[in-house]
Design a protein around this ligand. Structure first.
Ligand code: APR
Length: 228
């Protein structure tokens, strides 16, 4: 029998229990930083050194974080379902938990690229980018992140995945940021949609099963329900 297809749409909340800050909670990253300064393409052209440092810090932090039970359960779903993870997170915790098909809509902390057209993408692991470092084309090396004001190149691929989903699991995202937040509306009308979050998320104008729990607890409940 063909396996059913699950698309997991994850956000910062799935990594919260691994000790990574979310963006919009009261103790979130954007409480302490000006989004325009550290997460927009304008910010990059105004002060690339500051942004290089900001992402160097995020990357260094990430090296010492571990995937949590929610990441592991997402990976474990692969034994029973065809699973695609569409994540807004730049961390690599889904990879380290063992998921195989991951679309990073907003880029990856462990990669860098040329500031000229975001070409020449390279793996840099957890090391810092130096301010004078160049990509292969001689342009400045920048974090491989999708900043506010930039296109989301993997959006089409994410839409194609969700259009063929039987089950959609939305976990740990406030659904504030488009186009990612609109993805769930591409799910087939008969797809089962589950939302796991300890808080109410943005109003969703589709029928969803809401599991008001932290990611680890909510994923365990849902995993047990789906893998009966
Ligand atoms: N388990 C599950 N969800 C949690 C947990 C937890 N332990 N802790 C917090 N959350 C929820 C919050 O209630 C909130 O709904 O995670 C969500 C986090 O929302 P945001 O901080 O807005 O993060 P996210 O939705 O991933 O942000 C989207 O915005 O700043 C940009 O590019 C950045 O990818 C990011 C995008």
């Amino acid at each position: 029998m063909n396996k059913q297809k699950i698309v997991v749409l994850s956000g910062a909340g799935i990594s919260a229990e691994s000790g990574i800050s979310t963006f919009r909670d009261s103790d979130g990253l954007w409480e302490n930083y000006d989004v325009q300064e550290v997460a927009s393409i304008d910010g990059w052209y105004k002060n690339p050194d500051l942004m290089t440092r900001f992402y160097n810090e995020r990357r260094a932090e990430l090296e010492h974080k571990q995937p949590n039970e929610a990441h592991r359960l997402v990976a474990a779903l692969e034994e029973h379902f065809k699973v695609t993870v569409v994540t807004q997170n730049i961390d690599d915790l889904h990879e380290r938990a063992g998921s195989h098909h991951i679309i990073h809509l907003h880029g990856e902390a462990t990669k860098a690229c040329s500031e000229n057209g975001k070409r020449f993408v390279q793996d840099i692991g957890y090391r810092p980018i130096a301010n004078d470092e160049k990509a292969q084309d001689g342009a400045r090396l920048r974090p491989f992140i999708v900043w506010f004001g930039e296109a989301v190149p993997l959006m089409d691929e994410a839409v194609r995945e969700i259009e063929t989903a039987d089950i959609v699991i939305i976990v740990g995202t406030s659904l504030n940021v488009y186009p990612a937040a609109g993805l769930l509306y591409y799910a087939p009308s008969d797809a089962q949609i589950y939302v796991i979050d300890p808080k109410e998320v943005q109003p969703i104008s589709r029928h969803v099963h809401f599991i008001k729990e932290k990611a680890t607890v909510g994923m365990r409940q849902l995993y047990d329900q789906l893998v009966k």
